[in-house]
Design a protein around this ligand. Sequence first.
Ligand code: HEM
Length: 81
Amino acid sequence: TSALPIFSQEEVTSHRSLEDGVWVTYKGGVYDITEFVAMHPGGDKILLAAGGALEPFWALYAVHNQEHVLEMLSEYKVGEL
Ligand code: HEM
């Protein structure tokens, strides 16, 4: 049911700053979280994942392993890898 565009890893990697936009991937989805960065309860740490995958960080910070966090993330989906 997804009409969202497909992005390359390269395209995602080019979005790793507040200036260029902050994109991340999670389980094959691509998310533009630029607007969320300032609202993140964990502060600037979120920028460590900029341009790449959330999985390794969320494996370390298990606080993200909750339904309400995934719902929040889903609002920022812009495409698929
Ligand atoms: C906490 C969302 C990425 C580190 C949280 C919480 C949310 C959240 C909702 C509060 C959870 C709760 O207390 O119920 C997100 C989203 C992310 C993201 C949507 C990506 C789009 C990251 C990354 C890191 C990180 C990449 C680390 C590199 C933390 C830490 C906390 C936290 C350390 C705990 C803050 C505290 O309670 O003092 N995050 N997060 N987050 N996040 Fe993230």
